[in-house]
Structures are given as structure tokens and as C-alpha cells.
Write a protein that binds this ligand. Structure first.
Ligand code: ZN
Length: 150
């Protein structure tokens, strides 16, 4: 397991140093702001949604390595997905990192999100790992309040 942990750590650090889709989007159809007061993670999310499909997604802001890597990986995963698919991935990811997943659940089905398997042992880190997703759901539901992890 140690090797896997190290590999996961490397992936997280790499995404936090070189985040994907890390820029502002001028013609976004949906936006939301997310803030995790416990850690200080603070991001803005931009989406371009057409006919129920996430055509484009980007984010900007700052936060710890886990929150930034999670936002980076999330954007690369949900781009091109339907809203329903994105919500389903979040449900699976959320129960996975909060340790509530079914015992038959296969983490490999989460693809790149499996790198956050270690955070389920650290409740404070779960908030960092899920912040971008809570923000995404708020953006999809066009909620105007800031998404927090509380
Ligand atoms: Zn954080």
C-alpha cells in the first residue's frame, strides 16, 4: 500500500502545482464560489453548459494541495459529461471519501479520483477534497450563496 500512497501523493502534488483548466472563463453560463473556512481554500468555478452537457469548465483561486488537486481533477473528469453524470460521480466520490461507500464499491470505478482514497481517514481533509464538488453542485443548481463545506 505504501507505494500506492506515494503514487497518489505524487499525483495530488502534481495537480496542485500544475492545475488543469485553471483560468477564468469570460462567457460562462454558470458560476459559483466555494470556500472552506477550516483550511482557507477559496475557489471560483466557471461552467459553460449547453443542452444539459458540461461543454467547458474552469476554476481559479487558491487553497491547499488537496483542494486544488481535487478541483483540477474534477474539471478534467466532468468536462464533456452530462449534468446527471457529473452528479452521479459526485455522489460516488462523496460516499467514498466519507467512508460511506458500499463495501462492494470498487474505487477504480472513480478513475483518477481514487487518488483521494487516503483522505477518508482525515475528516478535515475530506472538506478540502469535496469543496470543488460542492461548488459544482451549487453552480449547477444556480445557487447564489457561497458553497461551504459546513
Ligand atoms: Zn484545504
Amino acid at each position: 500500500m505504501t507505494d500506492l500512497r506515494e503514487l497518489y501523493q505524487e499525483v495530488i502534488l502534481d495537480h496542485s502545482k500544475h492545475p488543469k483548466n485553471f483560468h477564468k472563463m469570460e462567457d460562462a453560463t454558470h458560476t459559483a464560489e466555494g470556500y472552506n473556512p477550516l483550511c482557507g481554500d477559496h475557489f471560483f468555478l466557471y461552467l459553460k453548459i449547453e443542452n444539459g452537457l458540461i461543454k467547458d469548465i474552469s476554476f481559479e483561486g487558491s487553497g491547499c494541495a488537496i483542494s486544488k488537486a481535487s478541483a483540477s481533477i474534477m474539471t478534467s473528469i466532468v468536462k464533456g459529461k452530462t449534468l446527471e453524470e457529473a452528479e452521479k460521480i459526485f455522489e460516488n466520490f462523496h460516499s467514498f471519501v466519507t467512508g460511506k461507500a458500499d463495501k462492494n464499491f470498487d474505487p477504480n470505478s472513480l478513475g483518477k479520483l481514487a487518488v483521494f482514497s487516503g483522505v477518508s481517514e482525515f475528516p478535515v481533509r475530506v472538506k478540502c477534497a469535496t469543496l470543488a464538488w460542492h461548488t459544482l453542485i451549487n453552480a449547477l443548481e444556480k445557487k447564489s450563496e457561497i458553497a461551504t463545506t459546513e
